[in-house]
Design a protein around this ligand. Structure first.
Ligand SMILES: [Zn+2]
Length: 67
């Protein structure tokens, strides 16, 4: 099989704090049954999230992201 390539576009996904509405949530540990532990960089509010933030996903140019 030959190697193939295609052009992709990176999308950065961040999660804003539910408490102060302005801080970015950053992952502070390993995934648990509750999710990925995160902490707000501004108010230190903690939350378990379904994915790790911030993170980057790549999509094909003709394949727009779902979110
Ligand atoms: Zn906050």
């Amino acid at each position: 099989m030959p190697a193939i390539s295609r052009k992709v576009v990176p999308y950065e996904y961040s999660y804003l704090c539910d408490s102060c509405k302005g801080g970015m949530m950053t992952c502070i540990g390993e995934k648990t049954e509750a999710g990925f532990p995160h902490k707000c960089v501004i108010c230190s509010h903690k939350a378990d999230l379904k994915a790790e933030y911030p993170h980057i996903e790549y999509y094909g140019e003709d394949e727009p992201p779902a979110l």
